[in-house]
Design a protein around this ligand. Structure first.
Ligand code: NAD
Length: 227
C-alpha cells in the first residue's frame, strides 16, 4: 500500500509512518517541517496540499494526522487567534487534505482508506481546551459524512480518538507532575498512552481486515470516556 501521513514528522504521525513502513508499506510523510525524503506540506494551504499530493503519487491510504493545540485557556479569555489557528489546521486543514486525497482516489478508481486522527476531547470536555475540542468534534462530523459520501466509491473513512499521549505536543504538560497526575487520575487504566498504543488501531482501520468499518471514530484512551 502507498500511504500518506500528514504531520508525520513528529509524535503520533511519525510513529504511524514508521509502523506502516515496518509492515512493508510505502510511506510518504507530509509536514510543515518534513524529515529527509518527506514532502513539505502546509495543510492550511490548498496549493501546498495539492503540490504534495501530486508529488506523493497515487495513494491507497491517507492518515490525516496534522494537528495543533496552539495554546489554551477558558473560553472567556481565549485569544481569537488561538481559536482560528486550531480551526485552520485541525478542521479546515483536515478538510482540504481529505477533499484533495478523496478526489484523487476516486479519479484513480482506488478503493482506499482514510483515517483521521481526532481526540476523545471531541466527546469529553476538559476546561481550557474548548477551542481544540470543537475542532475535533467538527473533524468527527467530517469523518462520518465523508464515509457516507465515499462509500459508493469503496473508500472507507474512519477515525481514531486518542486520550492523552506522550508526544512533543504534550511534553510540557507531562513535565509538570501535578498536571500529569491529574490526567492519569482520569484514566481507568491509569497510564498516559505512548504512540505505540495508538498505531495498531490506525494500521487496522487502514487494512483490509477493517473492510466493513466506515464512519466510526474509535477511542484509544485507557477507558477515559467511561468516567
Ligand atoms: P506533534 O506536535 O508531536 O506532531 C504534530 C505534527 O503536525 C508536527 O510534525 C507538525 O509539524 C505537524 N503540523 C502542524 N501544523 C501543520 C500544518 N499546518 N501542516 C502540516 N503539518 C503540520 O503532535 P501529536 O501529539 O503527535 O499530535 C498528532 C495528532 O494527534 C494531532 O491531530 C493531535 O490533535 C492528535 N492527538 C494528540 C494527542 C496527544 O495527547 N498527543 C491526543 C489526542 C489527539
Amino acid at each position: 500500500m502507498r500511504v500518506l501521513v500528514t504531520g508525520g514528522a513528529s509524535g503520533i504521525g511519525r510513529a504511524v509512518a514508521e509502523a506502516f513502513a515496518a509492515q512493508g508499506d510505502e510511506v510518504v510523510v507530509g509536514d510543515l517541517t518534513p524529515p529527509p525524503g518527506g514532502l513539505p506540506m502546509d495543510v492550511t494551504d490548498p496549493g501546498s496540499v495539492a503540490r504534495a499530493l501530486d508529488a506523493a503519487g497515487p495513494l491507497d491510504v491517507l492518515v490525516s494526522n496534522a494537528g495543533v493545540v496552539g495554546g489554551g485557556g477558558p473560553l472567556t479569555d481565549l485569544p481569537l487567534e488561538v481559536f482560528d489557528h486550531a480551526v485552520a489546521v485541525n478542521l479546515r486543514g483536515a478538510f482540504i487534505v481529505l477533499q484533495a486525497a478523496a478526489r484523487r482516489m476516486i479519479a484513480a478508481g482506488t478503493a482506499g482508506a482514510i483515517v483521521t486522527v481526532s481526540s476523545i476531547g471531541a466527546r469529553q470536555p476538559t476546561a481550557g481546551l474548548g477551542h481544540y475540542e470543537a475542532t475535533k468534534a467538527g473533524l468527527d462530523a467530517l469523518t462520518r459524512t465523508a464515509a457516507l459520501e465515499l462509500a459508493p466509491h469503496g473508500i472507507r473513512v474512519n477515525g481514531v480518538a486518542p486520550g492523552p499521549v506522550h508526544t512533543p505536543l504534550t511534553a510540557g504538560l507531562m513535565a509538570d507532575p501535578v498536571a500529569r497526575a491529574a490526567w492519569e487520575s482520569r484514566i481507568p487504566l491509569r497510564r498516559i498512552a505512548t504512540t505505540d498504543d495508538v498505531t495498531p488501531l490506525v494500521l487496522f482501520l487502514a487494512s483490509p481486515a477493517a473492510r466493513h468499518l466506515t464512519g466510526t471514530v474509535v477511542p484509544v484512551d485507557g477507558g477515559q470516556l467511561l468516567t
